[in-house]
Write a protein that binds this ligand. Sequence first.
Ligand code: ADP
Ligand code: MG
Length: 673
Amino acid sequence: MANRTENKAGASGKARQDKIDSPISELKGIGPRRRALFEKLGVRSVRDLLFLLPRRYEDRRGKKNISALVPGFPAVVRASVRCAETKMLSGGRRITTCLLSDGTGELRAAWFNRRRLEKTLADGAALLLYGTPLLHGDVFEMTEPEFTICRGRDEQEESSFCGIIPIYPAVEGITQKTLRSAAKRAVEEYLPFMPEELPQSVARKNGLLSAADALREMHFPQSPESWKEARRRLAYEELFKLHLLLAERRRERECCRSFPLVKGARFDAFVSSLPFSLTSSQKKALDEIINDGASGAPISRLLQGDVGSGKTLVAAAFAACVCDGGAQCALMAPTETLVEQLHAQALKYLAPAGVVCAMLKSKMPARVRRETLAGALDGSIDVVTGTQALLSDELHFKNLGAVIIDEQQRFGVRQRACLLKDGGRPHLLMMSATPIPRTMAQTLCGDMDISVIDEKPAGRVPPATRVIDVAALPKLLRFIAEEIAHGGRVYWICPRVEEDEGSTLPAAGQRFEWLKKKLPPIKISLIHGRMGAEQKDAAIASFRDGKSQLLVGTTVLEVGVDVPEATVIVIESPERYGLSQLHQLRGRVGRGARRGVCVLIAGSGGETERLRAFAATDDGFAIARADLEQRGEGELAGLAQHGLANFKIADLRKDFSLAEEARKDAEEYLKNK
Ligand code: ADP
Ligand code: MG
């Protein structure tokens, strides 16, 4: 983007742009010491400083006469010093008090530990003060008011003290006053050199301010309304740039050639070997995927669907079509446990259709590994499942036609990018159970198409969710014992491994011991984040095989673990999770014939309301929206951090219609260029 502006503006434009990138030490008042302090915040150039935006503002418009002050309400006052004195307090503190008057009344101001302040506050000096007045007897008093000394009736002084005052993010060792005056200098002396990076047509269409005007307004707003306009302008630019980049990527992808996707013999065999038929939502998603491939360009698609909606099945159908087109697939999951599970699913669905499936694990017999690698290379193996580490390092395919990523929400965006670095252009299909609202998904994963499975296989009854309190624990234990006696299995989720000092949180290890005592002869396994991969796998395997019937653990269980016999999940401290995360956990049970039950052990506090609302719905998308409103981006934040969407100003929670606008504009702009 910067390049484009440069080209248009030519050499003089370049010089202008360089000016905005001058080191901040060129600003008056910023020497080596302050420069170093700013650098800690990543602020090096004047441009950086201009983008160090206020965290909030103080509305100091309109001065008040002392007689018109209202106790407790902050105000600006202009008054003259009557007298000032400093006293020592116990403990070596000093207090400077000052009596001021403006002809309508008297005001006392007090500051602590300010050296020689009483000298500054010479009798008769005129001051502008900002603070919160409180009544002491019948005299107003302000403690630690901000102030400036007025020399004569200086308009400028007054305007920089009154107005709407920016409060900047704290920079250690630099006062707000210094930050403000540095910003003021940058705005006055450098803003005219701010290059305009938005295409004119786009700015005009959306009625946007210039970058320079918007930044001035962000630092020194004239009114809340004009500030909003400025913020909109800057947020739009961030979104537009991102979408332009994404659209360019997409365009580049569309120029590549890739393997055809064919509903051929293996696909037909796959479909006829299924004991059920695909839901119409699954069919629709699959058709979108296959039609997408008809252009010959590699597809890049995110398949979203609630837990248990049958995404993995769609992925298997897609893999069959890739194989029918004469190519191979790499199938990825985020952990070894999930890899094993995914491989088992691949075997179950694809092997009957004549697709040769193999798996790579970190620990496996050397001979099997060699054979698997050789099979991928000579094309005798069609599908290889593994974690990302295994797939990216040593594995080479004869004809890699597609990369399929399950539980994509666990991979960062950047990791996905390096997956494709080998130069090949396979199709990319990713599955995600985090139901991201569409606009947000388009911004976070915007160079991808999106399909949604919004229906679950028929006959599936959503788990019942109960909110109980600790007093009901004995009853819960009886229920669990009964459930297990009837062939069910139970997950018990604790938030942390060990008890933190002073924390009242339950710990998985302690809970494990406690449950062992309370529930003999039930076999219990333990899993938590500090265990090695092998131990974890062993714990899950033992639970899956029914050697243990109760699995106590932390949220490592969260993603994708599929044990159809599991019917109950107990979640301690549910208030510690986002609703989407709870929904994921809840999706672990009721996958088989028996109905699932999710038990939330609510702590004290006002959380119960939120949990009850959660218990009342099974709509993952509605839950994700509620989560966004209540907790911010939550799990999405992880995605955003890794990704391109590293916004300073735009906020996907609020700016979704702006993001949508920017996306359309970027596509339009690229088309007409
Ligand atoms: P997801 O990956 O979305 O969590 P899966 O593909 O693992 O879901 O499917 C969940 C369960 O539902 C699996 O046991 C699967 O066999 C079953 N299933 C998938 N699609 C259907 C369908 N169309 N009809 C009946 N059962 C289905
Ligand atoms: Mg799945």
